[in-house]
Ligand binder design. Structure first.
Ligand SMILES: O=C(O)CCC(=O)C(=O)O
Ligand SMILES: [Fe+2]
Length: 314
């Protein structure tokens, strides 16, 4: 495995031009080694990004009762209070303490009563402009997620059409995270976000200038991933690792907010529909992974966390 000390920057504006094929190759190089990159030239207007951060700050500033009124539901939409989200499935660290964050989760907006696991409408707080800001950002990031997924598939030499049918519609998660400052005397293992890999396909992260995100190298060192103006931090998750038969890396990362300030970040996770079977794609070599149905995987992953959350409410 390739040791790294920096997270590469990839300008994806070339996706619309004659250099598209070499851009796709660069994608596969970066995500096949580091697993993380700063994506520039993405075309998402600053106003949309600023809008979602403003919405997040306004939401997290609400009184606790107003946030609890939209507490996480069985469809995994709504408010996740602090001290309830322990990374129970982490195999990367002895995680004993809950993540020091609170968040709001928006997923795909389905009509009430839409059948199927993780289908349903979002829960919206009573906050002017909040829903509009999230819906606009979610739509733009869903389109960017699809574009980057196609680019990755091209880089892997996989015809995109049949795979992208499995993303129609995609499973999307827009999470508005708020990390309080870590107390100076905090225990070593008190994380904003404990070491983990992301479980889906692609993560597109917008973060404020506070810092605290770190990415782990193969040798086990932690490299800072501060905000670079005009970029998103994009990384590959466990499902795309499997689909690429291990070629693309799902790299561990964590958040420790040592800044003394409040930190806000907005990760967007772009994943296949729950009915999609995740397996090594054609041409990726002898299958090194058993196929799994994405929804079955999520049920196992999320039920433990949701149950712990319900239990803590006592
Ligand atoms: O807040 C961040 O910068 C990263 C969050 C993260 O890794 C996640 O939500 O999976
Ligand atoms: Fe993550």
């Amino acid at each position: 495995m390739t040791e790294f000390s920096d997270i590469p920057v990839i300008d994806i504006s070339a996706r619309h031009g004659p250099e598209r094929a070499s851009l796709a190759q660069r994608f596969v190089e970066v995500y096949g080694s580091v697993g993380f990159g700063y994506i520039t030239g993405h075309g998402i207007p600053n106003a949309l990004i600023d809008g979602v951060f403003e919405a997040s700050r306004a939401f997290h500033a609400l009184p606790r009762e107003a946030k609890m009124a939209v507490e996480l539901d069985a469809n995994h939409r709504g408010f996740i209070p602090i001290d309830t989200s322990t990374d129970v499935n982490s195999t990367l660290a002895e995680v004993t303490k809950p993540n020091q964050s609170e968040s709001f989760m928006m997923m795909r907006e389905d009509a009430a009563g839409t059948p199927g696991y993780l289908s349903g409408p979002n829960q919206w707080p009573d906050l002017p402009g909040f829903r509009d800001a999230l819906e606009a950002y979610n739509a733009a990031l869903s389109a960017l997620g699809a574009e980057m997924m196609v680019l990755v598939l091209e880089g892997l030499g996989v015809p995109p059409g049949p795979v992208m049918d499995g993303f129609a519609p995609p499973t999307t998660w827009l999470r508005l995270l708020h990390y309080p400052p870590r107390p100076a005397d905090a225990a070593e293992d008190l994380y904003g976000s404990a070491p983990h890999t992301d479980f889906g396909c692609l993560t597109i992260l917008a973060q404020d200038g506070v810092g605290g995100l770190q990415v782990q190298t193969p040798a086990g060192a932690w490299v800072d991933a501060p905000r670079i103006e005009g970029s998103f931090v994009v990384n590959v998750g466990d499902m795309l690792h499997r689909m690429s038969n291990g070629r693309l890396k799902s790299t561990p990362h964590r958040v420790i907010n040592r800044s003394g300030q409040e930190r806000y970040s907005c990760p967007f996770f772009y994943d296949p529909h729950v009915s999609y079977t995740v397996a090594p794609l054609p041409g990726q070599g002898g299958p090194g992974f058993e196929p799994l149905v994405f929804g079955d995987f999520l049920r196992a992953e999320l039920t433990a966390g949701y149950q712990a959350h319900q239990d803590e409410k006592g």
